[in-house]
Design a protein around this ligand. Structure first.
Ligand code: GDP
Ligand code: IMO
Ligand code: MG
Length: 424
């Protein structure tokens, strides 16, 4: 039995999709445990580029069974579109995708409310996929779940209760049109017919599979600093991307999870608003964005860019219990004569002892940098750790020492082949 949680260690977009694709070759099952179609996980195989939003990236390995866990919020439109794209590319989904009956559904009013709230005073930089409003309803115990699709009466009743509230809010507060109950019920019944074969008690399936000796890779979306509890609140997503979320989001108890694997980008990026101590609002930041093609996989927005923050990653590793990591996008740093690494923060002339997500402090802190010499060599074709220039190895050693993490995988380009294990 081998159960591994894979987490993003920064603010998302670390390259989780690519590394799940690499690791899933050796797993029987890949499961998503939180988030929704706000995620954009890119996998490049040969000349093909796939962007997965809801379906685990393991779907690209034909022997892998994929599971969407109860902690995920599912947008029917996004899911059907994703299935369609995969099947058009001859990737079988039916029979290989299971969906938890306990997962919550994103409803049309969630997406509308997300965009309305985003245009108000408190801008988070949400992806507009309805994630926040859907989790709000989940915790308010008003959510519509996959299991509700099984009975038209239940579905109708739940939608009715929600629309009474949401239509009122839309009309009276936001001066918008409300939604029709009948249309929405029909839309979701049609969706049910298309995914009916995939619906199951995923917690039972996963636990039975583990008991039979099957291996499971749990694919996190977003990243630790976007976690609703441990991230830079309120500039976060509405779920728990950190490793603890893997248990509640699938029903696999902590006692069955063997390890936590972190995905760390060789520099830092963030999409949306909120503090970002090592952000570079200058030519160097622009160069990181262009060299790293840092544009959102879901929304196409330019990502904010800055140097690697080891103070932040050390915190993230602590919260996640990360043992080993993959470091991605190392090739992007070949373009820089010198590379900086943040090793701590200073606030009002004093060095902070530990990372804090307290916003008033995070906006004010000054990063303390160590400057390292760059390597000019192109490393995109390196096939092993030994092929890397000495200065690249020095950079990796430095990150490893600062964050107390063990680097197991190195990624030097977006393609499958541009990846190697340090000990190979
Ligand atoms: P995720 O959300 O964590 O799965 O990451 P995204 O897919 O949103 O963003 C990562 C981007 O970097 C994608 O476009 C990947 O194809 C690309 N990528 C992944 N690893 C590497 C790498 O080592 N080098 C380069 N240059 N690109 C990479
Ligand atoms: P992956 O899985 C990067 C960010 C949004 C916004 C905040 C809240 O591809 O790493 P939401 O739509 O969740 O209410 O937005 O979180 N965000 C991400 N940033 N990668 C992601 O996913 C993200 N998912 C959400 O930009 O700042
Ligand atoms: Mg992404």
């Amino acid at each position: 039995m081998r159960v591994t949680v894979l987490v993003g260690s920064q603010w998302g977009d670390e390259g989780k999709g690519k590394i799940v694709d690499i690791l899933s070759e050796k797993y029987d099952i890949v499961a998503r445990y939180q988030g929704g179609a706000n995620a954009g996980h890119t996998v490049e195989i040969g000349n093909k580029k796939y962007i997965l939003h809801l379906i685990p990236s393991g779907i690209l390995r034909e022997n892998v069974i994929c599971v969407i866990g109860n902690g995920v919020v599912i947008d029917p439109e996004a899911l059907l579109e994703e299935i369609k794209i995969l099947e058009e590319n001859n990737i079988s989904v039916k029979g290989r995708l299971l969906i938890s009956h306990n997962a919550h559904l994103i409803m049309p009013y969630h997406k509308l409310l997300d965009s309305i709230r985003e245009s108000g005073d408190q801008k988070i930089g949400s992806t507009g996929r309805g994630i926040g409003p859907c989790y709000t309803d989940k915790y308010a115990r008003k959510g519509v779940k996959i299991v509700d699709l099984l009975s038209k009466e239940t579905l109708q009743e739940k939608i009715k209760i929600n629309l009474e509230e949401k239509n009122n809010l839309l009309k009276k507060i936001y001066d918008k049109e409300g939604f029709s109950i009948d249309e929405m019920v029909q839309q979701y019944i049609k969706f049910d017919k298309q995914i009916d074969d995939c619906i199951t008690d995923a917690a039972f399936f996963l636990n039975s599979a583990i008991d039979e000796g099957k291996s499971v890779l749990l694919e996190g979306a977003q990243g630790a600093l976007l976690d609703v509890d441990f991230g830079t609140y309120p500039y976060v997503t509405s779920s728990n991307p950190t490793s603890g979320g893997a248990s509640t989001g699938t029903g696999i108890p902590p006692t069955k999870i063997n390890s936590v694997f972190g995905i760390v980008k060789a520099y830092t990026t963030r999409v949306g608003h909120g503090p970002f101590p090592t952000e570079l609002n200058d030519e160097t930041g622009n160069k990181l964005r262009e060299e790293g093609a840092e544009y959102g996989a879901t929304t196409g927005r330019p990502r904010r860019c800055g140097w690697f923050d080891s103070f932040l990653v050390k915190y993230s590793n602590l919260i996640n219990g990360v043992e080993k990591v993959a470091i991605t996008k190392l090739d992007v740093l070949s373009a820089f004569d010198e590379i900086k690494v943040c090793i701590g923060y200073e606030l009002e002339g004093k060095r902070l002892k530990s990372f804090s997500t307290d916003l008033t402090r995070l906006y004010e802190v000054k990063p303390i940098y160590e400057t390292m010499p760059g390597w000019s060599e192109n490393i995109e074709e390196c096939k092993s750790y030994y092929d890397l220039p000495q200065k690249t190895k020095d950079y990796l050693d430095f990150l490893s020492n600062q964050t107390e993490m063990q680097i197991e995988i190195i990624s030097v380009g977006p393609k499958r082949r541009q990846t190697f294990f340090v000990n190979d």
